[in-house]
Design a protein. Structure first.
Length: 187
């Protein structure tokens, strides 16, 4: 029968000895660390200035990213000002990418989607036939006569657009005037 002291010393030695899994080098991961399409795309733009969106998309697709994701990111970066475009060429603005926040992207889309306040050209009235000769050489009148169609175009307003753009006090004044009209009082 073995000695109790020798058996106890064996157990203590095993207990004190380091476990092989702790000191061994870590195993290589089975799955590589996921790539960040935003940072990789921005870094590619920064390192290769002056490429077109199509060239950037093709190069990033070769690295394993989806073309739709890359082109969408380039558009979003342009929309919020992380990259600038000169013609079709794309250039980075900053040395590193600052993350695009959802609020920032929403505001940029609102600004871009806002209707431009430009004057629409008026449709010219049909020209009257003139006789040949000197009368044909006289210049046409530059201002067409107002027609019923032109008057209707001036009155027509997109109410949803108007409601979104009108200040609160002005909307209240319009409400008070309409209320007075419909109730029969004078405003």
């Amino acid at each position: 029968m073995p000695d109790i002291q020798s058996e106890l010393s064996k157990v203590l030695n095993e207990w004190d000895s380091p476990e092989p899994s702790i000191n061994q080098p870590k195993e290589k991961r089975m799955f590589p660390q996921p790539n960040n399409v935003s940072h990789d795309t921005y870094n590619y733009i920064h390192l290769n200035p002056g490429l077109t969106t199509a060239q950037i998309t093709t190069a990033m697709a070769a690295k394993g990213f989806k073309e739709a994701s890359v082109s969408s990111l380039v558009y979003q970066m342009h929309l919020v000002g992380r990259v600038r475009k000169e013609g079709h060429r794309v250039f980075s603005v900053e040395p590193t990418l600052r993350p695009i926040k959802a609020r920032e992207l929403r505001e940029a889309r609102k600004v871009r989607a806002a209707p431009q306040q430009t004057a629409k050209p008026k449709k010219a009235a049909p020209a009257e036939k003139q006789s040949a000769g000197i009368a044909a050489l006289q210049p046409q009148a530059t201002q067409p006569k107002p027609t019923q169609q032109a008057k209707a175009e001036r009155i027509t307003v997109d109410l949803d657009e108007w409601i979104n753009e009108v200040p609160l006090m002005q909307a209240r004044m319009v409400y008070m005037k309409l209320k007075a009209i419909f109730e029969g009082g004078a405003a």
